[in-house]
Design a protein around this ligand. Structure first.
Ligand code: B12
Length: 247
């Protein structure tokens, strides 16, 4: 039953440029600090929604051109993702008891993210999580005092050209007890490349070179790159261009 449901969500999401992976809430909880635990049963089913390089053209541009888009409201992409998840909720997830966690949401009490997407991505076997602990022997001796390097996840097919968008917990569905975590593909296996990856992500993420670390098959289009590299406050002219030009 769970497999059929995951398959249904995948079939709905794929033509819109989203990939769907699943994990047990317990697999995520075992990795993160207790303060980040999700308050559900160990075997509860969670779906991870990530946007692949096609999402922008397949569904975000059509959304901007539709009457659902409200220019005066919050960030257009957050608006679109929420709109799309509501659509899933009303169709393939109808009558399911779900809780949605968006990548941008902060817990108002702790002011920390409600969900740690990169760990969820690893637990779901979607994208490998690279952190400085993996290459500590290559870092300077006194690096414990140096600035922490932010971790980064790399997808076997899209490299860094994707984003985690949401986790949907299905409280009423349990995965079989005997099912165990499938490790994500380690697509940056050499320590020297892992060091370079973390340096690129932390030191020069704006140029996007970190995204190409494993020579991915698919990348963002030039208009998508232009959109994301433009600071959110200055995106109105590019949105105008997208709405008014056929592309
Ligand atoms: C806050 C935030 C920022 C902050 C701070 C960065 C940070 N990592 O703390 C700022 C504003 C600087 C930032 C910037 C950017 N960000 Co940012 N950011 C986030 C956000 C919202 C939360 C990250 C966070 O606070 N994590 C909490 C800390 C504690 O997590 P952690 O260090 O991973 O520690 C946990 C793990 O280590 C785990 N753990 C322990 N042991 C083990 C073992 C294993 C095997 C595993 C898997 C886990 C695990 O336990 C720890 C918690 O207890 C996430 C979205 C999200 N909701 O997750 C995006 C996110 C990390 N950002 C992202 C990106 C792309 C960026 C930018 C490039 C800008 C952009 N959006 O294009 C820049 C680049 C970073 C830089 N060089 O400065 C992407 C990364 C995608 C990827 N491929 O990895 C994310 C996931 C957003 C997304 N929608 O996809 N970001």
């Amino acid at each position: 039953m769970e497999e059929a449901l995951v398959q249904k969500v995948r079939e709905a999401a794929s033509p819109r440029g989203f990939d769907v992976h699943f994990f047990k809430v317990g697999w995520y909880n075992e990795l993160v600090d207790e303060s980040f635990h999700l308050p559900y049963d160990h075997d509860a089913l969670a779906l991870l929604l990530l946007s692949n390089p096609d999402m922008f053209e397949l569904s975000f541009i059509p959304f901007l051109r539709s009457s659902a888009y409200e220019p005066t409201k919050n960030d257009p992409l957050d608006q679109f993702i929420k709109h799309y998840v509501s659509h899933l909720r009303e169709t393939v997830l109808r009558e399911r008891d779900i809780e949605v966690y968006y990548d941008y949401e902060m817990d108002p009490r702790t002011r920390r993210p409600r969900i740690i997407m990169q760990t969820a991505g690893h637990a779901a076997g979607a994208a490998f999580y690279y952190h400085q602990g993996l290459i500590s022997h290559l870092l300077p001796e006194n690096s414990t005092h140096a600035k922490k390097l932010f971790p980064v996840s790399i997808h076997p097919e899209y490299g860094g050209w994707f984003a985690f968008r949401a986790v949907i917990v299905l409280r009423d569905i349990r995965l079989p007890e005997e099912l165990t975590l499938t490790q994500p593909i380690d697509c940056v296996p050499r320590d020297e490349d892992r060091l370079q990856l973390l340096q690129l992500f932390n030191g020069q993420w704006q140029d996007g070179l970190y995204r190409d670390i494993n020579k991915p098959k698919k990348r963002y289009s030039s208009i998508q790159k232009e959109y994301f590299i433009t600071p959110p406050k200055s995106r109105s002219s590019i949105i105008e261009k997208i709405i008014n030009t056929s592309m």
